[in-house]
Design a protein around this ligand. Structure first.
Ligand code: PEP
Ligand code: MG
Length: 356
């Protein structure tokens, strides 16, 4: 047993010495962050902040949705800010000075709003409170046929004034309290540079007021963002490829329905050998990535490039990420050893084609 552990350790150290790709983790809690460190993560590549708005905090999200004046909205945001600050303190502490990419909130709205059927039943049976009735009106107003292509990410940040600013302030305050903290702020679902510029301008002011340094970058997960990478790079210090959404939008397959009947039929027919949500589709999504890497780096030579979709932990996809010239991959903590090994293997096969 001891010999086996030592052998694995030797292989991992060999891979680490050879690899050019950094390996980060997708983690949203201090516990996950600590686990990621144990597996060898060099930072967090994706901290999904929407997960911090569930559970007991739903109440505050409802207040935000129901706010009917600037004052009410600000009160809801003010209540959320200290909670967010303590979330980020915990993660910065767990990461001990390693970079932490915090993605501003990107909720598919339907997952955060109360259930429309439950509310309707309450109203119909006379069991509804005043708040339930108001919520039902709000939920009906916000209802979308296709939430994954709806009011998410940067769109939500632009529609709800103060939402992103609250998160950036919480990040800045947390970073100021944890020595060595290295925050990176990531804007989701950007399709046009104008969206990014408007969020960036506000974030830069907040960070400067707090005296905190942080990179500001964007996810590249909408095909239009990949195709306009040169413009987007003017307003971003880093790109992180969100290949879950990029796959959905490049193929036109719903992420929520990957188990759809036609999917297995497509596998049977050999249209693809493996689901493009599992292994990166080099001909489509990969081409979009190549364009974005090339044009992004031309516009900004020091642009930092990573991936944080599920593909970041898939061996074949990690190999592609090495070939296309990314700086790092980010994946769930349990996939980190595989990503480290594959990144090492990709670097070795560059100089020794027999090892693959
Ligand atoms: C992605 O789209 O690849 C991504 C990492 O973001 P999410 O899965 O949270 O949409
Ligand atoms: Mg996404």
């Amino acid at each position: 047993q001891d010999d086996l552990v030592k052998a694995v350790d030797r292989i991992m150290r060999h891979a680490d010495a050879k690899r050019r790709l950094g390996v980060r983790a997708n983690a949203d809690t201090p516990e996950d962050a600590a686990r990621a460190r144990r597996f060898g993560a060099q930072g967090i590549g994706l901290c999904r902040t929407e997960h911090m708005f569930l559970g007991e905090r739903r109440q505050l999200v409802e207040d935000l949705v129901l706010a009917s004046s600037d004052e009410e909205r600000q009160a809801a945001l003010d209540a959320l800010e200290p909670l967010q600050k303590s979330d980020f303190i915990g993660i910065f502490q767990a990461m001990q000075g390693a970079p932490v990419t915090i993605r501003l909130i990107d909720p598919p709205l339907h997952e955060f709003l109360p259930d429309i059927v439950d509310l309707s039943v309450k109203v119909a049976t006379g069991a509804a409170t005043d708040k339930d009735r108001k919520l039902l009106t709000a939920v009906k107003r916000l209802h979308e046929q296709n939430p994954m292509l709806g009011l998410r990410g940067v769109r939500l940040g632009l529609i709800i004034p103060g939402l992103f600013a609250m998160q950036v302030r919480a990040i800045a305050q947390a970073a100021a309290e944890v020595p060595g903290a290295r925050p990176e702020i990531m804007i989701p679902l950007v399709a046009a540079v104008q969206e990014l510029e408007s969020v960036r301008e506000e974030a830069v002011k907040i960070l400067a007021d707090a005296g905190v340094d942080a990179l500001i970058g964007t996810m590249i997960e909408v095909p239009r963002a990949a195709l306009t990478a040169a413009q987007i790079a003017e307003a971003a210090e880093f790109f992180s490829f969100g290949t879950n959404d990029l796959t959905q939008m490049a193929w036109g397959f719903s992420r929520d329905d990957v188990e759809a009947a036609f999917f297995s039929r497509y596998l049977d027919l050999g249209i693809f050998g493996v689901s493009p949500f599992e292994t990166l589709d080099r001909e489509g999504v990969g081409r979009l990535m190549e364009i974005a890497v090339r044009e992004g780096r031309q516009a900004r030579p020091d642009l930092h490039l990573g991936i944080c979709g599920e593909h970041g932990g898939d061996p074949d996809s990690v190999h592609f990420c090495h070939d296309v010239g990314l700086d790092y991959v980010s994946c769930s903590p349990f996939r980190i050893p595989v990503a480290r090994l594959e990144a090492g293997r990709a670097a070795l096969t560059e100089t020794d084609s027999d090892t693959r």
